[in-house]
Design a protein. Structure first.
Length: 329
């Protein structure tokens, strides 16, 4: 595995890291379909291979188990060194908890560079975060993040700190790998951390096997979340403080009501279309300086570090920080 130079006359090998999307043929991209057709060898987790079984007939197919990610990457590298075109498949997107990362680790360890005799192409696919959101409404319209609850490779204190930080910061959160047959407590601990910062009635959507025959969607709340039917094929979407469920749809507002009358489209007093909110950065800075409150009081009010507030107050306001009558471009 230390020699990336092919034998004379060996055709250039290629590794295609293919994101299959949710798994249904209707949501497989044209490039993903073409890459599988182009490949001599298909490598992947047995369940992912099954999703594209009709597309791999007549090809060399190497099926691996769930925890054999590095083995898959090594197999792909070995086949590519032989001049073969390899499709290494992942569900969702190959770069989101997929095979792109471990494959590059294996390649770099072997001395591979982009100028080497093995070509690497990453073919994106819709991740579970996108596909599950599409099934339940529009929960990701504002800032969001993804966290995996799998502690097979990541220490739990690291995962817990991330959960606590995003819960405090009011992100919409997608939880990947929330629960398995052996890992049953992680989702309970995630719930415990979120309840420190979020209302018990915060909306939650749980989507299992999105766009597959056994698809299941459940709406619940943060305080009831851990009681739901959750497994390794589930993605858990936790709303932020503004997310709501109406008519069976989970929606996170983008914030238009902060600036506009949604019915008429007119801007609220003191706001201008195309300009930062009056409580945006410039307006907020002006408000800090004019408040007359102490650094500690402002830090508590805005839930921000005191040293950050102190640094802002120590800086003079720029001329346009207090300007309120800018003309929209």
């Amino acid at each position: 595995m230390n020699d990336t130079v092919s034998a004379p006359n060996t055709p250039r090998g290629k590794i295609m890291l293919v994101g299959l999307g949710p798994g249904s043929n209707a949501h497989l991209t044209a490039r993903a379909r073409a890459a599988i057709a182009e490949a001599d060898t298909i490598i992947g987790y047995v369940t992912y291979i099954r999703l594209v079984a009709d597309l791999v007939v007549g090809k060399e197919v190497i099926k691996k188990s769930m925890t054999e990610e590095l083995d898959r990457a090594i197999e792909a590298f070995d086949r590519a060194r032989q001049g073969k075109k390899v499709a290494l498949v992942s569900s969702g997107d190959a770069g989101v908890y997929g095979m792109a990362g471990p494959t590059f680790e294996v390649l770099f360890q072997a001395g591979w560079t982009p100028d080497s005799d093995i070509e690497v192409e990453i073919i994106p696919g819709a991740s579970a975060l996108n596909t599950c959101a599409a099934l339940v409404g529009a929960p990701l319209t504002h800032d969001f993040c993804a966290i995996s609850l799998s502690d097979l490779l990541t220490p739990w204190p690291t995962i817990a700190r991330r959960l606590d930080a995003v819960a405090y910061s009011d992100f919409v959160v997608a939880l990947y790998n929330p629960k398995s047959g052996r890992r049953t407590r992680q989702i309970v601990e995630a719930q415990r951390l979120f309840l420190r910062h979020r209302r018990p009635d915060t909306p939650v959507a749980i989507v299992k096997s999105a766009y597959r025959p056994k698809q299941r969607i459940e709406f619940t709340t943060l305080d009831k979340m851990a009681e739901s039917d959750i497994g390794m094929l589930s993605t858990v979407l936790i709303g932020n403080s503004n997310t709501f469920i109406r008519h069976g749809l989970m929606v996170t507002p983008r914030g238009y009501r902060n600036k506009y009358d949604v019915e008429s489209g007119a801007t609220h007093d003191g706001e201008k279309a195309g300009r930062s909110l009056s409580t945006g950065l410039d307006g907020w800075l002006a408000g800090l300086h004019a408040s007359g409150h102490s650094t500690a009081e402002l830090a508590r009010e805005h839930r921000l570090p005191e040293d950050y507030i102190a640094a802002l107050l120590a800086e003079p306001l720029a001329a346009d920080d207090t300007q309120t009558d800018e003309i929209e471009a």
